[in-house]
Design a binder for this molecule. Structure first.
Ligand code: KIV
Length: 280
């Protein structure tokens, strides 16, 4: 666990080529999750809009609102983590103009976010600059941007053609120029992530972007195995908590049904004898 608060300048200056350790970011959506990620020593906690999928059970991230993100940011911030708290700006909170974007970002900061994350490149540069000008640090997010799931025709690896790769490099430079202090690269070939990482002054944080980034991010539920079905190739699962949890919950259900819970040690007793005097 960090002994001092992780700051935006610390993250901004953490390039592996300058000798920094790779950055680590894990998502969290509530108080115990934030406490666990922080105790594990991660540099950043992302209150991701993956909330919609892994916590709320939706098929994509499009359903969550600024209010939903603020609600979960409050729970994460209540853990008072040393890790930097970053909150995703949800879909349609920064697409309708700079004023709307700054207002939405401010709501997330008031809920406890220390920075916000925005998906998209050149098209979003104005919104990023406006938020940065309002003194709110911004994280960029390029490549497989889940809020564009319908435009992309599904969750697909991006930047595979020369043209798409060139556009992503331009997007990364534009997002950096707009003031982002780090950029998440999701679902792109590792060779392209390396090129972008070399070209940028700010660090890159990969998810499904190979080992050449300045850091890595994973979703809490993927790391801990609280998932159903096939896991994406880029996920490494470090524990199978869904299996462990179901087994433990099943033992509780069985204990109740067979009279093994609660036992005497789990019960409060009539130590003063008052109840016995009346009803004994
Ligand atoms: O919402 C999220 O969890 C994210 C990460 C996948 C980077 O944006």
């Amino acid at each position: 666990m960090h002994t001092e608060r992780v700051t935006v300048p610390f993250v901004r200056s953490s390039k592996v080529r300058s000798g920094s350790e790779p950055l680590t970011m894990v998502t969290a959506y509530d108080f115990p999750g934030a406490r666990m990620v922080d105790r594990a020593g991660a540099d950043m906690i992302l209150v991701g809009d993956s909330l919609a999928m892994v916590v709320l059970g939706h098929p994509d991230t499009l359903s969550v609102t600024v209010e939903d993100m603020a609600h979960h940011t409050k729970a994460v911030a209540a853990a008072k983590p040393m890790a930097l708290v970053i909150t995703d700006m949800p879909w349609m909170s920064y697409h309708t103009g700079k004023r709307d974007a700054v207002r939405a970002a401010a709501k997330l900061v008031r809920a406890g976010a220390e920075a916000v994350k925005i998906e998209g490149g050149l098209k979003r540069a104005k919104a990023i600059k406006a938020i940065v000008d309002a003194e709110i640090p911004v994280v960029g997010h390029l490549g497989l941007t889940p809020q564009s799931v319908n435009a992309m025709g599904g969750f697909r690896v991006q930047g595979k053609t020369a043209e798409a790769a060139r556009a992503l490099v331009e997007d990364a430079l534009a997002v950096q120029e707009a003031g982002a202090f780090t950029i998440v690269l999701e679902g792109i070939p590792d060779a392209l992530a390396r090129v972008i990482t070399e070209k940028l002054e700010v660090p890159t944080i990969g998810i499904g972007a190979g080992a050449g980034c300045d850091g890595q991010v994973l979703v809490f539920h993927d790391v801990l195995g609280i998932t159903e079905g096939r896991r994406p190739k880029f996920v490494k699962t470090y524990a199978e908590l869904e299996t462990i949890g179901v087994e433990a919950l099943g033992r509780f259900v069985k204990d109740v049904r067979t009279g093994h819970f609660p036992l005497d040690e789990h019960s409060y007793h009539d130590t003063t004898g008052e109840i016995g005097k009346i009803y004994g």
